[in-house]
Design a protein. Structure first.
Length: 202
């Protein structure tokens, strides 16, 4: 009986140590990958991109910076990939510290997008600061842009679209599937198409 107990303890210890080793190896791999992404982006864009070497970037991470555009990413960006960030000519995108972008998040900046610290952005979210120009015969060449400002500790749910000229206050929650086309005050829950007030958080 004691031999059986001893054997089960050994198996349990081996299993625990194996799990711990796997976790350590995953973290090491993520660290190496993060440094490689840092080197790649700095080589491609130089002073036009600010990013720290240590992040948690999983899956595809696609950055496109056109001439005279800037991308500034704070400490410890977390992504679940794929993640797309594009700045057109002369545009500026600022992402704060400890921001999480879930898979298939997309940020396209033609003028300015500013995302505050500790924001959580769910899967398939789209943030844009521009529209295509419309004329008498449909879409015309050129863009109409207005800056987007997203405060700190904001939660943006799955499949949310944030449109140009919007300011979202600190601690706001945007429900899944919403289309945000006007300002949202701090510490409120909004949802729907277009987004409307649901309730206060405080």
């Amino acid at each position: 009986m004691f031999k059986d107990i001893e054997k089960s303890v050994k198996v349990c210890n081996w299993s625990t140590s194996s799990v711990s080793l796997n976790n350590i190896l995953k973290k090491v791999f993520l660290g190496i990958r993060s440094v490689c992404i840092y080197i790649k982006e700095k080589l491609m864009y130089g002073v036009n991109i600010q990013i720290t070497p240590v992040n948690s970037i999983k899956g595809k991470f696609k950055v496109e910076l056109q001439r005279r555009s800037k991308l500034q990413i704070g400490e410890f960006l977390m992504t679940a990939g794929p993640c797309y960030i594009k700045c057109t000519e002369g545009a500026k995108c600022i992402i704060g510290n400890n921001v999480f972008l879930n898979h298939n998040s997309s940020i396209t900046c033609a003028k300015e997008i500013n995302i505050g610290d500790n924001c959580n952005i769910a899967n398939n979210a789209v943030i844009v600061d521009h529209d295509h120009k419309l004329g008498e015969y449909g879409v015309e060449e050129g863009l109409e842009s207005n800056p987007v400002y997203i405060g700190k500790n904001v939660w943006i749910g799955a499949n949310v679209v944030v449109l140009k000229g919007v300011k979202i206050g600190d601690g706001a929650v945007i429900a899944a599937g919403a289309v945000v086309n006007h300002d949202i005050p701090s510490y409120q829950v909004w949802g729907g198409i277009p987004a409307h007030y649901i309730r206060d958080l405080k």
